[in-house]
Design a protein around this ligand. Structure first.
Ligand SMILES: Cc1cc2nc3c(=O)[nH]c(=O)nc-3n(C[C@H](O)[C@H](O)[C@H](O)COP(=O)(O)O)c2cc1C
Length: 199
């Protein structure tokens, strides 16, 4: 009986250690470079120095990308406010779902899955990669491609304003990455976008 309880407690401990969510700080909604300066600096960068994003920068980045800036609407527009796009974040220790409403990163899988991103020259040195996933129950792939463009530009502008590097990536290992994220047949990865520190 005692041994059974100990095993149960150990199983609970292991399960909680494996599923470690990340509590994001509240996003900052003021600051950064001027809009015109930011647009002038917008570009694709593919060479990064490997370093983690500070917690506040991670929070701001995800909020800018596709967070809620009104009660039921987001920083990136979608046709008829369908909000078919959700973000996953690939960090060195695992992959996380960005719960935009709660502004929270929910652990999806533990481990290093960088290889599934493809383009290792870019992926291996990024601080993180944002994976844009469409819910095809809510919209078509065509519509999701348009929506992901807005999210991508939000990320580009955030990176430009912060002096970080980023690049939209249409080429990645769709099947391997979908499996890693545990996606269903009605979910599709549209774009991957690494963010990193410039060399
Ligand atoms: C939809 C889309 C997909 C892209 N896919 C890739 C990619 O797989 N790999 C890559 O290195 N760059 C990719 N790019 C970045 C483009 O090569 C880049 O935007 C273009 O060369 C213009 O450069 P700029 O962004 O600095 O203006 C992609 C851009 C877009 C918009």
């Amino acid at each position: 009986m005692k041994k059974g309880f100990l095993l149960f407690a150990l199983a609970c401990f292991v399960a909680s250690a494996q599923a470690q969510d990340i509590n994001l700080l509240s996003p900052e909604k003021t600051g950064g470079k001027s809009f015109l300066e930011t647009v002038n600096l917008r570009r694709s960068e593919r060479s990064y120095v490997k370093k983690d994003l500070p917690a506040q920068q991670l929070s701001n980045l995800l909020w800018v990308a596709n967070g809620f800036n009104r009660n039921d609407k987001r920083t990136a527009p979608t046709a008829m406010n369908r909000q078919e796009m959700e973000l996953y974040v690939l960090l060195d220790d695992g992959v996380y779902f960005y719960d935009a409403k709660q502004h929270h990163l929910k652990s999806v899988a533990k481990g290093n899955f960088t290889e599934a991103l493809g383009q290792p020259d870019i992926s291996n040195h990024a601080a993180l990669s944002i994976i844009m996933v469409a819910d095809l129950n809510k919209s078509s792939v065509e519509s999701a491609r348009i929506s992901s463009g807005y999210i991508s530009q939000n990320i580009y502008l955030f990176a430009a304003s912060e002096g970080l590097g980023t690049v939209a990536r249409g080429s990645f290992k769709q099947d391997e990455l979908s499996k890693t994220l545990g996606l269903t047949a009605k979910q599709a990865i549209i774009l991957v976008q690494p963010v990193g520190f410039l060399q």
